[in-house]
Design a protein around this ligand. Structure first.
Ligand code: MN
Length: 753
């Protein structure tokens, strides 16, 4: 792991010095390796087709180079290689991967591709072309493009698989990009592509995408965890061996055909755990999982997995809450396995995953492997993906699903982990995590959703917003008097429920607005004006409304009082509304921006070197020295966020065009408020010791201090003014070195304090 960065730099440096002949040889060498990987899948005539695709692509990209300096064609070849080796795709996908950037970037047209390779391949290449540049340009464009991806995806899932391979290779070679580009690409990757890979069942690609994104977005945390992982490796290996030994003996004695090994968890998942539970690296118990892979005949898979489970839990005691049975109910991305957590030697909890070779291949290669096994399997789970595609199509077909909302809805309803629940008749339904009784009602039928007044979960009455859990059996209670209201939108997570609620709200509004229209008509006539488009436009402008529907609705609900009408002038049958005087926006005079009083601590690179007004984001309280970016907000000017801010990913991925590169300038005069959370043993004088370090030794100002103690432990939050990150780090180190202090962590949000 440690040597990886060096490896990735050296070959590309070497390539700068290659001459044309050598470069050609290099390209051919990569192409040959690709052919070799494909060999078991080649049928008659395939080799020639591949050759044609390769030559077509190589020729088209002939004069192009990647940012690293290497010939561009090496990228499509690498993408094709990922498709073959890591996703398990075949010849046709390989051809598409080789051609994936040609229509977008070169003179080759879609017709050329179709003529040479037929409609099937041309369609996929077209899908890949539409996708590129998805997250560039502006937000609405991006959402439009994203919808296009999804349409092509439901047409042919290979488009998304090849796109994921493309993204993976770009992430692997991101070193050569500029920092802001890196941040943008990395955040898109965690925001959209990693969840998509997960949903497609491509676990190893998902994990790698997350780790690579983190490497660029949180370089320090990444390096820190990677270092600690490698430092603790020997110790961990020793422990894994000790854990495995007795199990291996038992399985051998029982004549199982199996593999057993320990596997480290990804850096990204360890980091998530550290953040979520706010614990130290040393306290994350599942740094690795034990995996048992069985070679079992199809009809014995389930039985053998459970046998192994029983043998393991004879040796080590399982935690009853941590058994996950994805054998009986596979995840909707196709994942099957049995997970348990047991008490291992030295009182440590260890996660064990039990699955067969077939299941393992599905876990690694997802959708592609799923199709491979689909032919031989009967049963009702084979259309899992088809069902999912069907649901996506349904949502895509809904009218005006707009912009970022759509992306967000899509993420929560299709890319989230899912739960399975039951109808009263015992039928299974898959819903995204966080779904409520109302989501369930809409998943059955929209007429049941709109009439839902409550539900019974396991025969107990619950409100419509009740969050469901896996295994719940739900009976929906309806009433003909029920009507959806605005607040229902906050009670559902599925896109289907959201769209149906919006539809019926719009319908309801239209009905009410009819009354308003009638009132307005009479009112205008009574003052001698006409009910004309001109007059409606004037009124919409006056009341700052976007549509006549809104205007009529507000009149009907008396949110707008038409008595003002009598003050308007009427010329002919037209009303004249006095235009307000222009107000000059003087940003510098705005008293609500105290932080901007001295701007010199921040330099903005980009458009100009002028000092720019900015505010510091409340969600992450950046201080000088933090890795930051500027976000151009509507209304509040530039807002500075930390790149590690919980909102950063979402902002960078969705509004890349509004992000400005920013950097701190050196300044020791101004201090910034930040918070620290301290946990330790409750000891006499501990507060004294802490405050002594802060205000005595380091002369840092304390703005607030609160201590909670219970059962011999205390938890304190302290707000301090520091000049920069260096100073903060020194403070943290000094505090940590005090007797009895366990952890000292910076906290971001105001709420936590
Ligand atoms: Mn590409």
């Amino acid at each position: 792991m440690d040597s990886a960065p060096i490896q990735s730099i050296e070959p590309s440096l070497a390539k700068y010095t290659l001459n044309e002949e050598q470069e050609k040889k290099e390209i051919i060498r990569h192409y040959r390796a690709l052919l070799k990987a494909l060999r078991p899948k080649l049928k008659k005539g395939d080799k020639e087709l591949l050759r044609t695709a390769f030559e077509m692509a190589a020729n088209a990209h002939k004069t192009m180079r990647r940012k690293s300096g290497e010939p561009y064609i090496l990228h499509p070849i690498a993408v094709a290689m990922i498709c073959v080796e890591e996703i398990g795709l075949g010849v046709r996908s390989t051809i598409c991967a080789l051609l994936h950037d040609t229509v977008e970037d070169t003179d080759i047209s879609l017709e050329d591709v179709e003529m040479e390779f037929g409609t099937e391949i041309a369609k996929i290449v077209d899908g890949l072309t539409k996708i590129s540049g998805v997250i560039d340009t502006n937000t609405s464009q991006q959402a439009e493009n994203f919808k296009k991806i999804l349409l092509t995806l439901t047409d042919d899932p290979r488009v998304i698989l090849i796109k994921l391979a493309d993204r993976l290779h770009n992430m692997r070679t991101l070193d050569h990009m500029k920092r802001e580009k890196q941040l943008k690409i990395a955040s898109e990757t965690v925001w959209v592509y990693a969840p998509l890979a997960h949903r497609m069942g491509l676990y190893s690609i998902k994990t790698e995408l997350e780790d690579l994104s983190m490497k660029y977005m949180e370089p320090e945390a990444y390096k820190d965890i990677a270092k600690k992982l490698s430092e603790t490796k020997r110790e961990r290996t020793r422990y894994i061996n000790e854990f495995i030994r007795p199990i291996r003996e038992k399985l051998v004695a029982a004549d199982f055909d199996f593999e057993i090994y320990g596997r480290p968890k990804s850096i990204h998942s360890i980091w998530n755990k550290i953040k979520k539970k706010s614990v130290a690296f040393e306290e994350v118990y599942d740094l690795f999982a034990i995996r048992v892979i069985l070679n079992a005949p199809p009809e014995k898979e389930k039985e053998q997995c459970w046998k192994v489970y029983s043998m393991i839990t004879d040796e080590y005691n399982p935690s009853p809450e941590r058994l996950r049975d994805w054998l009986s109910n596979p995840k909707s991305n196709g994942y099957e396995a049995l997970h348990t957590t047991v008490m291992g030697p030295q009182g440590k909890w260890v996660e064990v995953q039990i699955r067969t070779k077939r299941m393992n291949e599905i876990a690694e290669k997802g959708l592609a492997a799923h199709f491979k096994y689909k032919e031989g399997k009967d049963g009702n789970d084979e259309d899992r993906f088809d069902k999912w595609f069907g649901q996506i199509r349904e949502v895509l077909g809904a009218p005006d699903t707009d912009g970022v909302d759509f992306l967000q809805d899509f993420k929560t309803s299709f890319l989230a982990e899912e739960i399975y629940v039951y109808t009263p008749k015992g039928e299974v339904k898959m819903l995204p995590t966080g779904s409520t009784a109302l989501d369930f009602a809409f998943s059955i039928h929209s007429a049941i959703g709109t009439k839902c007044i409550g539900a019974k979960v396991h025969h107990k009455l619950v409100p419509i917003g009740h969050k469901l859990r896996s295994g719940d059996q739900i009976e929906i209670i309806t009433s003909n008097k029920q009507k959806p209201s605005e607040d229902w939108l906050n009670m559902v997570v599925t896109a289907k429920a959201k769209n149906k609620i919006k539809d019926s709200l719009r319908e309801e509004k239209r009905k009410i607005a009819e009354d308003g229209k009638y009132v307005l008509q009479r009112r205008l006539e009574s003052i001698g004006a006409a009910y004309s488009q001109h007059n409606i436009d004037e009124l919409m402008q006056f009341y700052k409304l976007n549509s006549a529907l809104d205007l009529n609705y507000k009149i009907a609900t008396k949110a707008i009082d038409l008595r003002e009408l009598k003050d308007f002038q009427i010329l002919g049958d037209k009303i004249e509304i006095p235009k307000p005087k222009p107000v000059f926006n003087d940003l510098t005079a705005d008293p609500t921006k105290p932080i901007s009083k001295k701007d010199s601590e921040l330099i903005i690179f980009g458009e100009s070197s002028d000092k720019i007004m900015y505010t510091l984001a409340k969600c992450c309280n950046p201080i000088p020295g933090d890795d930051v970016f500027g976000f151009v907000s509507t209304g509040k000017g530039l807002i500075i966020h930390r790149t590690s801010c919980p909102n950063a990913t979402q902002l960078l991925a969705n509004y890349g065009h509004r992000v400005v590169k920013t950097k701190w300038a050196k300044n020791k005069e101004i201090s910034f408020l930040t918070g620290l959370k301290i946990v330790g043993l409750d000891d006499v004088g501990v507060i004294n010791k802490i405050t002594n370090v802060i205000s005595g030794d380091l002369r840092i100002n304390i703005s607030g201090l609160s201590i909670d103690s219970r059962e011999g432990l205390f938890e304190g939050t302290i707000k301090v003014f520091v000049h920069d990150k260096e100073e903060l780090e020194e403070l943290v180190n000094r505090l940590k070195s005090l007797n009895g202090i366990q952890t000292v962590d910076r906290f971001d949000t105001e709420k936590e304090g």
